[in-house]
Design a protein around this ligand. Sequence first.
Ligand code: DAK
Length: 258
Amino acid sequence: MTNFETIRVERRDRVAWIHLDRPEALNALNERLMRDVVAAAGELDADDGVGAIVVTGSERAFAAGADIKEMASKSTAEMRADDHFGEWLKFAAVRKPVIAAVSGYALGGGLELALMCDIIVATDSAKFGFPEVGLGVIPGIGGTQRLVRAIGYPKAAEIILTGRRIDAEEAERAGLVSRVVEASRLLDEAQELAAGIAAKPLPALVAAKAAMDAALELPLAEGLALETEHFTALFDTEDQQEGMAAFAEKREPRFRHR
Ligand code: DAK
């Protein structure tokens, strides 16, 4: 694994952890951090020994947004020319399940990073929001698109247009967060959740994620056709044969993730 400046990568069995590690800036997403996260996620996605990835920050901040100081003096032409955040699309395209374990602030680009993950687990101290309009801009790493798809237009509109922060309880009610846990339990709960997922056959996980992604993009008939295609293709995998044989033989399956 490459050496990184702004993150730490850790492996626990089939679960890989990406710890955002810029404490001096509350994990604000500067260009270096983006490149580190995208490179690490790419390596872990390609590693057969990894079944799920968890992204987390510190107790105080998951990530407090894109790095305001880095972009403050840029012009429209400069922002357009360096496609500053285009790389994040590669993170969103990771094939394996990704969990965001959020404590503290997940604001702006930090919330957008969490929205690129499949599941968000949060502590009761978590605070989510899009402060961008108050900075004279709008969410620009997918926030306007993914929040609307995640929780529906009216609630997303209130969050984006007011810049108001919501707490973990409100985020869970809105359907943004799948579970809220005590601060001291966050890493253990995320590990248990990720390990439970990673123990499942990898081809099925990848197919399920691809099919769910299609639900956000395609008309229903096309999505259903794509689901059928993924479902059918799994019948040539060893894990499908093992999973169904184990069921019939009333024993635990031994998946080989292929
Ligand atoms: N950027 C840079 N530095 C940040 C930062 C950020 N987003 N957030 C915090 N920091 C730094 C602070 O400046 C401070 O540094 P020093 O002054 O000590 O050097 C340090 O982290 C600790 O922060 P505070 O002293 O402010 O800590 P507090 O507990 O008092 O407040 C806070 C925590 C999270 C409420 C506050 O730091 C805050 O409001 N932070 C900014 C939150 C925010 O507005 N986030 C949205 C950023 S805009 C793009 C697409 C998308 C975007 C950009 C470009 N393109 C397509 C190109 C996205 C934009 C955003 O995310």
